[in-house]
Design a protein around this ligand. Structure first.
Ligand SMILES: Cc1cc2nc3c(=O)[nH]c(=O)nc-3n(C[C@H](O)[C@H](O)[C@H](O)COP(=O)(O)OP(=O)(O)OC[C@H]3O[C@@H](n4cnc5c(N)ncnc54)[C@H](O)[C@@H]3O)c2cc1C
Length: 390
């Protein structure tokens, strides 16, 4: 057995992205005694503002969770897409949200450093430039080995994203479901033949009949105050087989259609680990949040989801400290019963139902003919969950 000192911190949060910072902010809100006297420490391997590959699309649920934390995301530089188009081969459904934008787009280096600043203002310490290497829970606490030495705590929150160390260490043989994602930034003026230049967000599901279970996106964005477009392709991997074209080929196809040559731009890729109800999300003394636990399978939408995990995890942690019992046996059930767990389950069901139907006529039916049904399902099962989260 590992010999070690008394834990210095009660709660170590590994990763300072939206899920880790949201867990800390929710703890400061609902259990302020836990947020005091250095009882919580966040370890982040990068230095803010750090790069994170992400299109930065915030749905209303993300803004609602931030508002409930007393935060106003409009302080962060952003671009608002007034309309979101969900298409098959360029034609489909247009979504407007009454009295607000459809999607707010932020740049993740700016958003995450803003959220980290708010977390520090709430009295929580974040140590930057610390890379976690190993996590060893036992009956007395958890040892976290890093490139800056060992840390000890009562419990650990694994908030280190899709490629993080926590899940690998605590659940080394667990099955994972991972999407492939590519992203490209292009100048605004090169945005070819879009009818609503610069202001609308587009999702096109044309790759599905070719075994790419996902879509190509084209969002407005801004980099250092300059208006740009963010293009990308998302593939859940639900139709993975050797006949799939390369992701790059499908993205290039759509960009060419809009007068852009993919080869002229830098392509970046990163996986997204998505939610599967069968997956384990904790072991005694360690629980997972955000991408480490699982993002939305349909769209790979993970920012609002990561913020929501923070709320659920904070309640689980607060109650476990009250009981002085850290098995976290109720965490998965708590998530499943919450509004976040319900939307994640619904999205997992929908992804598994819709993506395997590869016939083009089905995509036409979905996005062009069955619009009222699609809107109703989206409004009730996919969106609007944050108001019900406890
Ligand atoms: C190309 C792309 C586009 C996307 N677009 C969108 C979008 O438009 N809208 C949306 O809602 N979601 C989008 N997502 C998903 C979204 O980025 C994630 O779901 C979200 O970032 C998850 O937040 P998180 O806090 O769980 O993880 P992360 O944001 O990945 O944060 C994890 C943190 O942990 C740190 N870390 C990792 N390993 C270690 C370690 N060993 N030691 C210490 N620290 C560590 C990292 O530096 C990072 O700061 C996109 C993802 C990709 C890849």
């Amino acid at each position: 057995m590992l010999k070690r000192d008394t834990p210095k911190h009660d709660i170590l949060i590994l990763g300072g992205g939206p899920s880790g910072l949201s867990t800390a902010l929710h703890l400061a809100q609902i259990a302020p005694h836990l947020a005091q006297a250095s009882r919580i420490l966040i370890l982040e391997k990068e230095h803010y503002p750090r790069f994170k590959l992400c299109a930065g699309g915030l749905v209303a649920d993300a803004e609602i969770i931030l508002e409930r934390l007393g935060l106003d995301v409009s302080e962060v530089p952003h671009v608002d897409a007034e309309r979101a188009h969900f298409d098959f081969n360029g034609k489909g459904l247009t979504v407007r949200v009454p009295n607000r934008h459809a999607i707010r787009i932020i740049h993740r280096d700016e958003f995450d450093s803003w959220l980290a600043k708010k977390t520090r203002e709430a009295g929580i310490e974040i140590r930057e430039g610390v890379t976690v290497k190993n996590i060893i829970p036992d009956q007395d606490g958890v040892t976290v080995e890093t490139d800056q030495g060992n840390f000890h705590s009562q419990i650990v929150v694994g908030a280190d994203g899709s490629n993080g160390a926590t899940r690998r260490c605590i659940l080394p043989n667990a099955r994972i479901s991972t999407a492939r994602v590519l992203e490209v930034i292009t100048p605004l003026e090169k945005n070819g033949n879009r009818p609503h230049k610069g202001t609308d967000a587009y999702f096109d599901f044309f790759p599905v009949p070719n075994n790419i279970a996902g879509y190509v996106w084209d969002f407005p964005t801004q980099i250092n105050g300059e208006a740009m477009r963010c293009w990308g392709i998302y593939d859940t991997n639900l139709l993975a087989d050797e006949k799939r074209p390369a992701l790059k080929t499908s993205l290039a196809h759509e960009m060419t259609h809009h007068g852009l040559n993919l080869e002229d731009y830098e392509i970046k890729g990163h996986p997204i680990r998505w939610y599967n109800p069968q997956n384990q999300i904790c072991v005694p003394r360690v629980l997972l949040v955000g991408d480490a636990a699982g993002a939305d399978p349909i769209f790979g939408e993970g920012i609002s989801i990561a913020l929501g995990y923070g709320s659920i995890a904070a309640r689980e942690i607060s109650e476990s400290f009250q009981r002085n019992e850290f098995s976290f046996t109720g965490y998965k059930r708590r998530l499943a019963r919450s509004a976040l767990g319900q939307t994640l389950y619904a999205r997992w069901m929908l992804a598994n139902l819709i993506y395997p139907i590869k016939w083009p006529w089905f995509q036409v039916l979905l996005w062009r003919i069955a619009k009222p049904i699609v809107l109703l399902v989206a409004w009730t099962l996919v969106l609007n969950w944050s108001k019900r989260i406890k």
